[in-house]
Design a protein around this ligand. Structure first.
Ligand SMILES: C[S@@+](CC[C@H](N)C(=O)[O-])C[C@H]1O[C@@H](n2cnc3c(N)ncnc32)[C@H](O)[C@@H]1O
Length: 209
């Protein structure tokens, strides 16, 4: 059982309201289009307040929602818009997933790898719990280029403090390319928000071979 800090409780109180506007501005469409590809036994890591939950297909075999922040987990449990599949909300840590090797067909993550302490280790865990041929659906805000990257570097220490460890400047694509995953699709997009540090997005699919 993880403990929830004051910072995590604060984050749980403002993040869903902040994102509600972003979702209405188009982010929900990104989730819907991507999560339509989820199938079989599915794990979402860092599920937060459950903004992805209504976008999963109804015919999943099972949906496991992993979230270490207790205040966010309570919001997840309270959701009534989950797919028809069996849904379980669990505590846990992406660095050490408490699931056997090759136990999921799909793993999903949205806006999570900016926050995990050791993204390479978390990616290795995602790879381990996927069955061979299984898919990792990701959707992450990332380091930009030029002036934006400079601004992200400058503001990351502040953003980490205010947003529960969120690094504005993580180069998720390079981290993913350094793993054993086969990168199948990657779309570079923009988050519909005025906050410049979290605008560049990558959305895609990587497969365990
Ligand atoms: C910016 S929020 C995104 C929440 C949600 N996925 C979404 O799309 O709105 C980042 C999430 O990652 C979770 N997180 C941070 N470190 C984690 C870890 N080591 N293992 C699992 N989840 C983690 C946080 O608790 C939080 O819910």
């Amino acid at each position: 059982m993880t403990t929830t800090t004051f910072g995590e409780r604060c984050f749980a109180s403002w993040y869903p309201r902040f994102m509600a506007r972003v979702e209405r501005a188009g982010q929900a469409d990104v989730r819907r289009a991507q999560l339509a590809h989820a199938h079989g036994r599915t794990l979402e890591i860092g599920a937060g307040s459950g903004l992805s939950v209504p976008h999963y297909p109804d015919d999943l075999a099972e949906l496991v929602l992993l979230e270490p922040n207790q205040a966010l987990r309570a919001q997840l449990t309270a959701r009534t818009d989950a797919p028809a599949a069996r849904v379980t909300v669990v505590d846990g840590d992406a660095h050490a997933l408490r699931f056997p090797d090759a136990s999921f067909d799909t793993v999903t993550a949205s806006l999570v790898f900016c926050s995990v302490r050791d993204p390479a280790r978390a990616l290795a865990e995602v790879h381990r719990v996927l069955r061979p041929g299984g898919q990792f659906l990701f959707h992450e805000h990332v380091r930009g280029t030029g002036l934006r990257a400079t601004v992200q570097d400058l503001l990351t220490p502040v953003q980490r403090r205010l947003a529960d460890g969120c690094h504005a400047n993580r180069d998720f694509e390079s981290l993913l390319r350094a793993t054993d995953f086969h990168l199948e699709t990657i779309l570079r997009a923009r988050m519909p928000t005025l906050l410049p540090t979290i605008v560049p997005l990558v959305v895609g699919t990587a497969r365990r071979q």
